[in-house]
Structure formats: C-alpha cells, structure tokens
Write a protein that binds this ligand. Structure first.
Ligand code: BGC
Length: 233
C-alpha cells in the first residue's frame, strides 16, 4: 500500500504594493518563509503572472491558493481597481493552472485574510487596511463572499477606500487617518452589530488608538495562512 502524501499548498497574496507567497503543509502551517516581491509598476495580468512564476522558483507544492485584490467569481477576476483594467474578466484560475501545472483556487484577498482570522462563531467582519480597503463577512464561519465595503460611501462624499486607503494615509497623515478609522469602526459596529471585527493589512501598524474589546488586529501573514481554507471543502 502506498503512503498518502500530505499535500503542500502554495499560498499567494497579490497586493497593490507587494506579491507574497508561502508554502503551507496540509494543516495550513508554514513550511517556508514568506517571500515577497514588489508588485510590478504596471500590474497587468502578464506582469503579475511573471512575478508569481519567479516567486515559485525552488519551491515544491501540489496546489495553489491565490488571494486577489478584487471581486473573484469562479476563478475569474471581475474588478481590480488598484491593479489594471486588463484584469476585468480575466480567468486567473485557469491561466495560472496552465502556467504552474497545478490546481489553483482564487478568492478575494480580504475573504482569505478572514478565513485565516475568524473564530467561526457568530457574525464576524474583517477590514483590511492596505493599498485598498478590503472587507469580508462571516456567519458562524461561513463566508459571504466579495463584500466590497471599501467602495461604499463613508463620509464627505468619499468611500472608505478614498478616506482610509494607502494614498490617503500618506496624504493626510497618521493623526487624521486614525481619527477616520475610529469613526469607521464606530459606524461599522452600528451597521453590522458584529461579534468580532478583525483588522488586517500592512497599515494596521499605524493604528494608535485603543481598540474596542471586540476588535482585534490580525497579523499580515494571515492573508497567506487563510489560503488553506480554500481547499477545505
Ligand atoms: C478591492 C477589494 C480588495 C481590497 C483590498 C479594494 O479596492 O475592491 O476587492 O479586497 O481593495 O485589496
């Protein structure tokens, strides 16, 4: 009888500023360091696929999970406001499968971050603070995919992403950005009445106010670790 070999998953996180990868064991534990390259200056599908290819060098894996910064349905990327218009309607799942010769599953980046962060109990909301603003929502561990809060109006005729995204943080400074984030959390709590809110993404390190007890910061690596969940059913 042949032994059943545990499957290794290459987790990929495509972000507006960096592309990250890590190999996970069948339980979702890291088998490698997190590798990162800058997102190409003109992040077309070709350029990003090329960058991913480079990051796979020297790594062995059986399947691939990809977090993508836009709406994803059945492996097809439908929006990509912080990448490039060529992603609209792009069959990332199928094309990456051809390129890497392994099965690929793709989901929204905040959805994956959430899958790695949540407890599975009650209403859980995730907000990611990076180049863009990502969001994800769960009921008892079940994902409601592609929640796009980031592009919803927040205040002063601007969306959450316009008020809290990376470019705005740089433009308005940490103090105003923190004040806005505090307001956003207050508003989201009143809309969703969540049991837990998880804040992820690189800009969580800029938070300088005391968070309410039901709000937690989730580490950056969660965006990769959550990738294992795409293979759990
Ligand atoms: C996109 C979301 C994404 C978020 C974070 C937003 O601009 O619309 O789908 O999750 O950025 O990358």
């Amino acid at each position: 009888m042949g032994e059943i070999k545990p499957l290794h998953t290459l987790a990929v996180d495509i972000g507006g500023s960096g592309i990250k990868v890590m190999v996970l064991d069948d339980q979702g534990n890291p088998l490698t360091e997190r590798d990162r390259v800058e997102t190409p200056a003109i992040p077309t599908p070709d350029a990003v696929l090329h960058a991913i290819q480079g990051l796979t060098a020297g790594k062995t894996f059986d399947r691939v999970s990809v977090g993508f910064p836009g709406v994803v349905r059945k492996g097809i990327t439908e929006t990509a406001v912080n990448l490039h218009p060529d992603w609209v309607g792009f069959d990332l799942g199928a094309i990456l499968e051809q390129q890497l010769g392994k099965p690929v599953r793709v989901a929204n980046d905040a959805d994956i971050q959430g899958l790695g962060a949540i407890s599975g109990d009650g209403v859980e909301l995730v907000l990611t603070l990076g180049t863009g603003i990502g969001s994800a929502m769960f009921l008892n561990g079940k994902l409601i995919p592609n929640l796009e809060l980031g592009h919803h109006p927040f205040r002063k005729g601007e969306t959450y992403e316009q008020q809290l995204g990376r470019a705005t943080l740089d433009a308005v400074g940490k103090k105003r950005w923190n004040r806005r984030l505090e307001r956003a959390i207050d508003l989201l709590e009143r809309i969703f009445n969540y049991d837990h809110l998880y804040l992820g993404g690189g800009n969580t390190k800029r938070i300088d106010f005391v968070l309410p007890p039901n709000v937690k910061i989730t580490p950056n690596v969660t965006g990769l670790l959550g990738g294992i969940a795409l293979w759990q059913d």
